[in-house]
Design a protein around this ligand. Structure first.
Ligand SMILES: [Mn+2]
Length: 289
């Protein structure tokens, strides 16, 4: 077996011409059900092996050595400390004009990253692919559970909208947020989604967008390696097309909830890497013009 080439050969530890950076948040402390996704970043790097995959995106962008790998961050003693560190890390990158691509970790890691976007001093539109709306005010007493990510994001003033795609676990507690935030929360349930995902024309042309993909948004046939596999989800093709066809400025992107202990042949880790790779390609193309 040849030595693994992480992330299809896209990574470097040196300088790049592009603003693209990658890091992992190896933290599953806010998971409500199963542990395991702290191992996500490690497997996302190694499973998307350059011996098997090349560095050119489907959209034709060659990213060989084009992305700085900043390594992984691990949880501190408390969530408050961890979240503070993740936020500061992301703030310094945004402030520096970088576009971060992040591998989780559970979905709670998205909260401090979206918080950090405030440093850009522009309204930001968040797009969330997920089986779950994550709209619990708190989950079993924890306001920072991975089941509360959407609820916390909506409390942030710089978030112009939160659009959720692929939802199929809505319940009464969570749907109350639709009445609470009628102008900022758009929920598109999986059963309403056409084969081609919608254009999201409520997001203005060239607006700043951050994409967060919970891997359980996919059908378990495409992504079995998640803690909460919910039947009836999206396909790889639908979401890859969606990423490529955006009409916005991509500020950053995360892919969370890859749980290698539930995965089959690294299928979910490879899809997660592939989504990040296409997101990087989209951002690189935008950076050119
Ligand atoms: Mn989620």
């Amino acid at each position: 077996m040849p030595k693994t080439i992480p992330f299809a050969g896209c990574f470097t530890e040196g300088e790049t011409e592009t603003p693209l950076v990658f890091f992992g948040l190896a933290d599953d402390t806010q998971s409500s059900y199963l542990g395991g996704c702290a191992d996500g970043p490690r497997v996302i790097r190694s499973a998307y092996d350059g011996n098997c995959f090349n560095a050119t995106t489907e959209s034709g962008v060659d990213l060989e050595g084009g992305v700085v790998d900043l390594g992984d961050r691990y949880p501190a003693e408390t969530w408050e400390e961890s979240a503070h560190a993740y936020k500061e890390h992301a703030e310094s990158l945004f402030d520096d004009g970088k576009i971060p691509f992040i591998a989780g970790g559970d979905h709670a890691v998205t909260i401090p990253i979206v918080e950090a976007l405030a440093i850009l001093e522009q309204p930001v539109h968040i797009i969330q692919v997920d089986a779950h709306p994550d709209l619990y005010p708190d989950f079993e007493g924890n306001r920072f559970s991975h089941a509360c990510t959407g609820a916390r994001i909506l409390e942030m003033d710089h978030v112009a909208s939160l659009t959720q795609l692929g939802i199929r676990t809505m319940n009464a507690v969570q749907s109350s947020y639709l009445e609470r935030y009628p102008d900022r929360l758009v929920v598109v349930e999986a059963r309403e989604l056409p084969a081609e995902l919608p254009d999201l024309d409520h997001i203005p042309e060239d607006a700043l967008v951050y994409i967060t993909i919970d891997m359980d948004g996919f059908d378990p046939a495409f992504a079995p390696g998640v803690s909460h596999a919910v039947p009836g989800g999206l396909s790889s093709r639908q979401v890859l097309d969606f990423i490529q066809q955006g009409h916005w400025g991509l500020a950053g992107m995360d892919v969370v909830e890859v749980n290698p202990s539930r995965d089959t042949n690294d299928q979910t880790a490879i899809l997660a890497a592939r989504l990040l790779h296409e997101g990087m390609g989209y951002a690189a193309l935008e950076d050119e013009d």
